[in-house]
Write a protein that binds this ligand. Sequence first.
Ligand code: CP
Length: 319
Amino acid sequence: MTNFLSLADVTDIDALIQAGLTAKSNPFVDQHLGKNKTIGLLFFNSSLRTRLSTQKAAQNLGMNVITMNVGQDSWGLEMEEGVLMNADKAEHVREAAAVIGRYCDVIGIRAFAELKDREKDYQEQVMHQFAKYAKVPIVNLESATRHPLQSLADCITIEEAKKVKRPKVVLTWLPHFKPLPQAVANSFCEWMNARVQSGDVDFVVTHPEGYELAPEFVGNAQVIYNQDEAFKGADFIYGKNWSSYTDYGKVLTQDPSWAVTMDDLRLTNNGKFMHCLPVRRNLKVADEVLDSQQSLVIEQAANREWSAQAVLKEILLTL
Ligand code: CP
């Protein structure tokens, strides 16, 4: 693996899930792989889990870690080519990425969608500009359209918690007053659709009309507009809010009936609740769900360390 930008960079999902579980059982066995190697973690947006878990994973592998909040700790970066730089961005990505690539053997980047221009967001300009100019492996720490380290942690969590060979997994939209990116939902669909293909899960997506995800992500997943119907017999409920893709970046409804409660979980097959966090309690999910035995959210967040470690190990083996 040279870059980890999306599922397309993964040759064997099963092997990567198993590598995550192996790292979890023996975190320090590969300390030698990262000796004298440096990872730079660049954050254009806030983070708790991604920042800490990726740093921890890199340290478990013996790597040095440099972290920077871009535009706060550093100059603001211009991503467009051939522009007159007479506005607020003081440095071009051409120089910045090239310089960081001289200090770091691997670069992790978080850069969310701006939710103003769909074409621009879905071009993934920040990831591609860094991949082009840094000339070292790039790890996606959540981009405009994807969050693959989260999706790998989700796969690890489902693998650990499943009670049946082929569990039913349901992705449900949750209400929120703010427009949020589609990245987590897109990525989860992408990875679950691959798990459907390999016979590991059944996958259903449920959301209000108007919240259809991009066709390239939802793929052949079954979409059901009635949440109660979708939840029937589910082994895992994965909650997430996203803003509209079709009416790009808009909040079309805040219907509170889409928030997950224990009454909703009672429709499932004693289903487990998952969410990538952070989560706004009682807006998106009831306290009683998050505090119940059916919630996996803490274990899921803990598994972010092992998903990052599995990916970084594969990259280190290529250096
Ligand atoms: N799930 C996740 O990516 O969390 P952070 O935004 O806190 O990194």
